[in-house]
Design a protein around this ligand. Sequence first.
Ligand code: SF4
Length: 348
Amino acid sequence: MKKTLQIGALTIGAGAPIRVESMLKTRLYETDSCLAQLRQLKDEGCELVRVAFPDLRLKDSLKTLNEYSPLPLMADIHFDPDIAVAAIEAGCPSIRINPGNMGSPERLTHVVELARERGVVIRIGANSGSVNNAQLDAAGGDRGAALALAVSEQMEMLLSRKFTNVIVSAKSTDIAETLRANVLLNKRYGDFPFHVGITESGSGMDGMIKSACGLSRLFAMGIGDTMRVSLSQDPVDEVRAAYSILRALDLRQRGGRLISCPTCGRRQLDVADVVPELRELVAQLPDGFTVAVMGCEVNGPREARHAQLGIAGSPAGLVVFREGEIVARVEKGASVVDALRPYLPKKS
Ligand code: SF4
């Protein structure tokens, strides 16, 4: 049975929706910039934010972030158990470490005991870059299996200390490797929440599509409790992309949904011209409320019969329809948004 974990007020795992994460791209010593980015991420629906904590001297900055952050933080730590201890002392409700690079077994035990005492969640993370030659040899050269082995070794270090407040994560920039590793790990550790993503997936459309392809296959197998779309761009875009993927898969709704036809030679409305404005409007609607914009009324209302509200171009102007039935006709030149406005629901 899948575990439920608590990171501050955020529930992850059984009974919770797939959570959306991102990572601060500001530096920890730029406290004001970090807080501004955290507020932007919260406004977009981000629920957990990882923050790089590379230096003990930044402990006070991390403490300040924990005090004022509108979102729970996960400190990202490499190699130094003293930094992991400092992150917990600075109030982080979760940390991301590789238990294998926390120095001696005694030092790892100290980190684990402090995490247990403070109710801190530990995410163990491995990506394809963390796989060593011994793991690769043990897996017979199968990179996905080697990645799973790297994560299993970390996992056992925590479980042998009877620490179970753990999120499992195995990421590669290669989709097949990520899938293979997660399937293997899910067989063994499926009771634990999984953080999923395709790491270093690039930027722009290519990066988002690559992430969407990998994530949708993981979600189809029931793997994934928290997610990040890793993009080389503004973290706000990571959050927007994450919700776009969840919305497309009907796994989670945030704001309304926009259906738009691709248009063809029958079009009476240039849909591409009105989509940007409609997208802003629809984002403010109640979760899951669907609006369609169609290039013509010949097939529009029928093609968009699943939409609660829609608008289509017609020779005379615009046709507004609700649940597939025409409710208004508006003359040519009218604004699409103004034509829809009387029929829009209020966000509760
Ligand atoms: S709704 Fe009309 S314009 Fe849009 S694709 Fe269908 S037939 Fe073409």
